[in-house]
Write a protein of this length. Structure first.
Length: 412
């Protein structure tokens, strides 16, 4: 009987990514506190470790930390998503040195499948250090990397890596059990604020407690997603890079084409449809996006030619979930990354740095840099609400959401 190979998943995360990008071009800010604001300069969306030590919380309104900037205790930047997108692309391309099996999870995170990579178990730490040191040397961005037999455990390993030396492996079952006992249930990937109170009422306080629950019981009490979560915590692989749940701060819609294509019109239609679906989901959740990321890649298993992976990001002057505005921007990005003669296997659209729509609206748009009038924005919101009511079912029934010609592999 042929044995299945042990799965090896890594999760690489760029440390304090937006702040690290700003520091990259300001050597004088090394070891200095840096904070990055949302694209309307409303709230803090990224902090360097030094800024965290100052006690600056995520989401803090700028006026509350203005005194720190004025005293020179913290350097504050407006967000620059084009810069962050370009640097993110460099990081992801660097990772191709170790494996082509990469799934961009967010602008600063990526899952890596090392299953088919020849890694000696006794040299895991040196392998992980080689990746983190090389990425930082080649891109200037410090990163953390966790390795485990499942994607859920890789997320746990990455969280521990960020708190420690920058690398962490959870391949040893005994060490894994000890580690899970230290992870609070609210910090487990896939639990979040909504399910954490329910878990606590059931006496499930840590990841170790969750791993000890009968998976079938979890399915009856919650859903198949929680059953898979329990199995994953026990080292049983249930997820792969086509079925991972979306990160909290982003919405991603992606598809692998049944056949690779170079047809620009087909790619444009796909990107438009994916963007519409992402915007629809954002509006349903009451959020708006600060930026949009569009990505194209060829097949990992292409026998001839090199693997091609291109992506670009563009921010919005005012966070938005307007399908019209986001699709226009996404198509402009597609035009920039599309290359004739390349057969693309997959397209992805990701809305980045989601913010509460009402909170953004309540901040006011006095400092908006675009030329939209308040009444125009209100009218556009009404149009989007009507669009969701009328056409949402039609979007989901589109050929881009059926088996042909695309595999059903939502990133959301």
């Amino acid at each position: 009987m042929k044995h299945q190979p042990i799965r090896l998943y890594g999760l690489l995360d760029c440390n304090s990514f937006f702040a690290s990008c700003e520091k990259l071009f300001r050597p004088d800010l090394k070891n200095k506190a840096v904070a990055v604001l949302s694209n309307n300069d409303g709230v803090v969306v990224a902090r360097s470790p030094e800024a965290k030590q100052l006690g600056i919380p995520m989401g803090e309104p700028y006026f509350k930390i203005r005194h720190l900037a004025e005293r020179g205790q913290c350097t504050v930047f407006s967000s620059n998503y084009r810069l962050y997108g370009d640097i993110s692309n460099r990081v992801m391309k660097t990772l191709l040195r170790w494996t082509p099996n990469i799934e961009v999870y967010s602008i600063d995170e990526a899952f890596l499948d090392f299953t088919d990579t020849n890694i000696e178990i006794n040299s895991i730490d040196s392998f992980l250090q080689d990746i983190t040191l090389t990425v930082e040397q080649w891109t200037g961005i410090p990163v953390s990397l966790g390795l485990a037999p499942t994607m859920t455990l890789a997320k746990v390993a990455n969280d521990l890596a960020k708190r420690g030396s920058g690398i962490c492996s959870l391949l040893d079952p005994e060490a894994r059990t000890l580690t899970l006992a230290q992870v609070e249930i609210k910090d487990v990937w896939g639990i979040g604020r909504r399910l954490a109170p329910k878990m606590l009422r059931l006496g499930i306080r840590t990841a170790k407690d969750l791993a000890a629950i009968d998976p079938l019981w979890m399915r009856k009490q919650f859903s198949v997603a929680q059953e898979q979560l329990v199995r994953e915590l026990n080292g049983e692989c249930c997820l792969d890079i086509t079925t991972i749940p979306a990160p909290r701060k982003n919405i991603q819609v992606s598809r692998s084409f049944s056949e690779a294509t170079n047809d620009y019109r087909l790619l444009a239609e796909a990107v438009s449809t994916f963007t519409a679906r992402a915007c629809e989901k954002a509006r349903m959740e009451g959020t708006v996006a600060s930026a949009v990321y569009v990505h194209l890649n060829t097949s990992w298993y292409k026998k001839q030619g090199s693997y091609v992976s291109e992506g670009k990001t563009r921010g919005f002057t005012v966070p938005t979930s307007s399908s019209t505005e986001v699709i226009r921007t996404a198509l402009a990005l597609l035009h920039e990354i599309y290359r004739e003669g390349i057969l693309y296997k997959k397209a992805s659209v990701m809305l980045l740095d989601l913010q509460n729509a009402e909170a953004v609206k309540s901040q006011g748009l006095l400092f908006a840099l675009d030329d939209k009038k308040p009444e125009d924005r209100e009218r556009e919101e009404q149009i989007m609400a009507s669009l969701d009511h009328i056409t949402a079912p039609a979007i989901k029934k589109s050929k881009f959401f059926r088996n042909s010609p695309y595999k059903l592999s939502f990133g959301t």
